[in-house]
Design a protein around this ligand. Structure first.
Ligand code: GLU
Length: 508
C-alpha cells in the first residue's frame, strides 16, 4: 500500500449505535492502527427527518468506552474540519451542479403528489414505478424541459432535486476486498436523488462520496447493507473524474440472530434478555434499551467478542487485547458470510476478563455494592481477599456480591436441597469430630485442608460428604470454593461458631 491509510466511521445520528455499528467502527479503527493510518469520525446528519437528539453524544461515548480513539472528528477537529455534514452544507451544491453540467445528473421538478400519483398508476397496472432511464425524459426534468424553462423554474423558487443520470444498460465492474469481483447492470438501478432544494441539503450518496474524496479516505469499510449503493458510488467517482483516488471498498458481513437466521435486532435483545447496544440508551421518546456497560461487561471483553464476530485470526487464540487485535487484524480474514451472535459467548469473554482483572480492582467495584445491597461495611483489603477466593466463579462484577455474601454474613438459613442431601446422621457425627479437630488447630488456613484430608483418609471417611456438610454448616449452601480458604478469611472462632449454630439449627 503506497497511499496513506485513512478510514472513516460515518454513522448517522438516528438512534443508539447498534453493536453492528460498533463492530464497523472497531474494524475501521483496527485497520487504521495496523497500518499506522488515521481513523476519522464523520457524522452524517443530512437526513433531518431521522435526526435523534442525543444520538451523536451516545456514539462518541460508546467509542470512548470501547477504547476506540479518534484522530479527526467533530470534537478532535482536523485538517478537513468540520466533520459534521450539517456544518458542511455549502460544500455540496457545487458538486451536484458540476454533475449536471457534465451531463451526469439533471434537475427534476416533480412534486411529491405527482410522484405518488405515478406510483399509484403503476401499481394499478401491477408494475412498480422506478425513476430511471425509461421515464426521465418524459417527466418534469431538465432532460425534457428547455434550458430557459429550467432556469425560470429555479428562479421562481420551484422545488427541485438533482438526480443522478444512471447510464442505461452498462455493466459496472467493481472490486470489494471482502466480496471479490462484482458486476451489476445499471438498467436494474434507478436515478437516485443527490441534492434537494427543499432543505438545501445533499442526500447520503452525494455527501458521502464528496466527503470521502475531500477527506482523502483510502478505504471504505462499512456494513453489508451498503453494498447495493456500491454501483452508484463507483459511477459517482467516475462522473466526478476522481477514479484515480477512489477508495477501496470492504463490505462487512451482517451480525446474525443467535439462531442464525436474519439480522440481529433490538427486538432479539429484548426477547432474549441481552443487550444489542454498547451503553444504556434512553431515547428522547422515553424508550430505554440496556447496554453492555451497564450490564457489567468489561470494554475489553466486549470488543474482544465483537472483533471475533466476522473476523478470525486463523489461529486458536480467542483472547486478544486491543493491541493484539491491532497487530493481528487484516481484512482478508474477514468472512463473507454473516456472523452469528451468541450471548453465552459474550458472557464467556467477560468471565475470562474478570478472572484476570486484579482482585483489588474488582473489590473497589464491589465495595459500594456490598454496603448498598447487604449493609456490609468492610475495608478494601478485606474485600480484595474475599474477591480473590471466588472470582473464578463470577461472570460479572455484580455476581461477586452474592458470592462473597457468606464471607461477611453468617447464614441464617440453609439451602433445603443441600440439607436433604448432606445433613444425614452419620455426616453430622463426622462434622462434630471435624469440629474438634479444627478446634485443636492454632488457626485455620488454606493448608488446613491437608490436615482434614489426612484425617478423612485415615478414618476411611468420604471427603465429598464431609466437606459438603461442613460447607453447608459454614456457608448455608453446599457449593463454593475451598472451605478452608473461607475459614482462613472468617477466622477460626467464627468458623467454629458457625458450625455450632448449624448443629443447633439444622441439627434435628
Ligand atoms: N451514514 C451511513 C451509515 O449510517 C454511512 C455508510 C457508509 O459508511 O458509507 O451507516
Amino acid at each position: 500500500m503506497n497511499r496513506r491509510v485513512r478510514v472513516r466511521f460515518a454513522p448517522s445520528p438516528t438512534g443508539a449505535l447498534h453493536i453492528g455499528g460498533v463492530r464497523t467502527a472497531l474494524y475501521n479503527y483496527l485497520f487504521a492502527r495496523h497500518h499506522g493510518g488515521d481513523f476519522i469520525l464523520r457524522i452524517e446528519d443530512t437526513d433531518s427527518q431521522r435526526f435523534v437528539p442525543g444520538a451523536e453524544a451516545y456514539i462518541m461515548e460508546s467509542l470512548k468506552w470501547c477504547g476506540i480513539t479518534i484522530d479527526e472528528g467533530i470534537q478532535e477537529g482536523g485538517p478537513h474540519a468540520p466533520y459534521r455534514q450539517s456544518e458542511r452544507k455549502e460544500i455540496y451544491l457545487k458538486y451536484a451542479q458540476d454533475l449536471v453540467a457534465s451531463g451526469n445528473a439533471y434537475y427534476a421538478f416533480d412534486t411529491a403528489e405527482q410522484l405518488d400519483a405515478l406510483r399509484k398508476q403503476y401499481e394499478e397496472r401491477g408494475e412498480t414505478f422506478a425513476y430511471n432511464y425509461a421515464v426521465r425524459t418524459q417527466l418534469e426534468t431538465s432532460l425534457k424541459l428547455s434550458a430557459d424553462e429550467v432556469k425560470a423554474r429555479i428562479e421562481r423558487g420551484d422545488v427541485w432535486v438533482i438526480r443522478f443520470k444512471m447510464p442505461e444498460n452498462r455493466n459496472v465492474e467493481m472490486d470489494d476486498i471482502i466480496r471479490g469481483h462484482i458486476t451489476i447492470n445499471t438498467s436494474t438501478l434507478d436515478d437516485k436523488v443527490l441534492y434537494k432544494s427543499a432543505d438545501a441539503l445533499p442526500t447520503y450518496h452525494l455527501a458521502n462520496i464528496v466527503d470521502d474524496h475531500l477527506m482523502e479516505i483510502s478505504h471504505v469499510i462499512r456494513g453489508e447493507e451498503w453494498l447495493p449503493s456500491l454501483p452508484l458510488h463507483f459511477l459517482l467517482y467516475e462522473a466526478f473524474g476522481w477514479k484515480d483516488t477512489q477508495p477501496e471498498f470492504a463490505h462487512l458481513p451482517l451480525l446474525l440472530k443467535p439462531q442464525g437466521q436474519g439480522k440481529l435486532s433490538k427486538r432479539d435483545g429484548d426477547k432474549f434478555g441481552f443487550p444489542v447496544f454498547p451503553l444504556l440508551w434512553n431515547s428522547p421518546t422515553g424508550e430505554t434499551a440496556m447496554g453492555y456497560r451497564e450490564e457489567g461487561y468489561f470494554p475489553g471483553a466486549f470488543i474482544n467478542m465483537l472483533a471475533l464476530l466476522g473476523w478470525n485470526p486463523g489461529t486458536e487464540q480467542e483472547i486478544f487485547s486491543m493491541q493484539e487485535l491491532i497487530d493481528t487484524f487484516s481484512l482478508d480474514k474477514v468472512s463473507k458470510s454473516g456472523a452469528r451472535f451468541s450471548h453465552d459467548k459474550a458472557k464467556w469473554f467477560n468471565a475470562q476478563y474478570l478472572k484476570v482483572t486484579p482482585s483489588e480492582e474488582l473489590a473497589a467495584i464491589v465495595l459500594p455494592m456490598l454496603k448498598e445491597q447487604l449493609g456490609v461495611e468492610t475495608t478494601l483489603e478485606r474485600a480484595t481477599a474475599a474477591v480473590s477466593l471466588i472470582k473464578e466463579r463470577a461472570t460479572f462484577p455484580k455476581d461477586l456480591v452474592e458470592l462473597v455474601r457468606y464471607m461477611f454474613i453468617a447464614p441464617t438459613e440453609y439451602d433445603e436441597k443441600s440439607v436433604a442431601k448432606f445433613w444425614k446422621p452419620e455426616n453430622v457425627e463426622r462434622l462434630k469430630e471435624l469440629r474438634a479437630l479444627l478446634a485443636e488447630q492454632p488457626e485455620i488456613k488454606a493448608e488446613t485442608e491437608t490436615v482434614a484430608h489426612d484425617w478423612v483418609v485415615s478414618h476411611e471417611y468420604s471427603m465429598g460428604q464431609i466437606m459438603n456438610t461442613l460447607r453447608l454448616a459454614v456457608l448455608g449452601v453446599s457449593q463454593g470454593p475451598s472451605i478452608f480458604g473461607i475459614g482462613a478469611f472468617i477466622g477460626k472462632d467464627e468458623m467454629l461458631r458457625r458450625i455450632d449454630v448449624a448443629l443447633e439449627k439444622i441439627g434435628k
